[in-house]
Design a protein around this ligand. Structure first.
Ligand code: 13P
Length: 248
C-alpha cells in the first residue's frame, strides 16, 4: 500500500517566540508539497502561538497525559492540546521513556487518550545500542510495540508509529537501509496482525539523525512512510529539503 508520507518535526525543548519565524517559513514552504503531510511538534507553551501564526498547518505536542484531568502537576491533557489548536501529539519518545520512566503501559494509555480525544498520535519505539549489538533489536521493538499499541484503531484520529533507534538520535548515526527495512516490515506485520487491513494504512516513520543528505535514501526504503526529525526540523533551511525528498 502506498501511503502519503508524513514528515514531522520534533522540536524537543527548543523554541522561543523568536523561532516562530521558522514555523512560518516551514508552513509556507510546505504548501509547495501537497503530496506530503508536514507537521511540527513544538513545546506545549508554543503551540497556541504557532497555531495562530500558521492557521491550517499541523502543529502538535510532544507528550500527553493519559487522564482527562486531575491532580497532575505540570502535565497536559489531550483536551488542553486540542484547546490550544494542536492536531497531533508524540507519545512514548525514548527521551521520555528514559528520563520520565514512562512504561509501555503508560505510553499505550497516552496513545489511547490522544486518539480518543481526536488527536493524531505518533507513537515512538526503538532499541538501545546494547540491544542492537546483541542481535535483539527486532524482537525488542516488537515487544515494546505490542505493549504500547492502543487496543483498537477506531475513530478518525490517525495513529502513526515512529521507529527511532535510540543510538541514532542526535548522534549523526543512522541505521543501515537493510536494518531499517527489516524493522519496518516487522512493525508492519505486527500492525496488520493487530488491526487487520487498517494496519496496512498506519504510517511507519523513521527517526534518528534524518538530514537533507540522507532523507532521499531513507524514503526509498520499503515501508518507510515518513520521518520524525529532531535537530534538522528547527530551521526551514534544513527541514524543507527533507520534505522535498519525501515528495520524491
Ligand atoms: P534527531 O533527528 O535530532 O536525531 O532526533 C530524532 C528524534 O528523536 C525525533 O523524535
Amino acid at each position: 500500500m502506498v501511503v502519503k508520507k508524513l514528515v514531522a518535526g520534533n522540536w524537543k525543548m527548543h523554541g522561543l517566540s523568536a523561532d516562530l519565524v521558522e514555523v512560518k517559513a516551514i508552513a509556507d514552504a510546505s504548501r509547495n508539497y501537497p503530496g506530503v503531510d508536514v507537521a511540527l511538534c513544538v513545546p506545549a507553551i508554543l503551540i497556541e502561538r504557532a497555531v495562530r501564526a500558521v492557521p491550517g498547518f499541523a502543529i502538535g505536542g510532544q507528550d500527553v497525559h493519559h487522564q482527562e484531568k486531575g491532580a497532575h502537576t505540570g502535565n497536559i491533557s489531550a483536551a488542553m492540546l486540542l484547546d490550544a489548536g494542536a492536531a497531533l501529539t508524540i507519545v512514548g519518545h525514548s527521551e521520555r521513556r528514559d528520563a520520565q520512566r514512562e512504561s509501555n503501559a503508560e505510553v499505550k494509555a497516552k496513545a489511547e487518550a490522544g486518539l480518543a480525544a481526536g488527536l493524531g498520535v505518533v507513537l515512538c519505539v526503538g532499541e538501545s545500542l546494547e540491544v542492537r549489538e546483541a542481535g535483539k533489536a527486532v524482537e525488542t521493538v516488537l515487544a515494546q510495540l505490542d505493549r504500547s499499541l492502543p487496543e483498537a484503531r477506531g475513530g478518525e484520529a490517525e495513529l502513526a508509529i515512529a521507529y527511532e533507534p535510540i543510538w541514532a538520535i542526535g548522534t549523526g548515526k543512522v541505521a543501515t537501509p537493510s536494518d531499517i527495512a527489516e524493522m519496518h516490515s516487522a512493525i508492519r506485520a505486527q500492525l496488520v496482525e493487530r488491526y487487520g487491513e487498517d494496519g496496512a494504512g498506519v504510517r511507519i516513520l523513521y527517526g534518528g539523525s534524518v538530514k537533507p543528505s540522507n532523507a532521499a535514501e531513507l524514503f526509498g526504503i520499503h515501508d518507510v512512510d515518513g520521518a520524525l526529525v529532531g535537530g534538522a526540523s528547527l530551521k526551514a533551511a534544513d527541514f524543507m529539503p527533507i520534505v522535498e525528498a519525501a515528495a520524491g
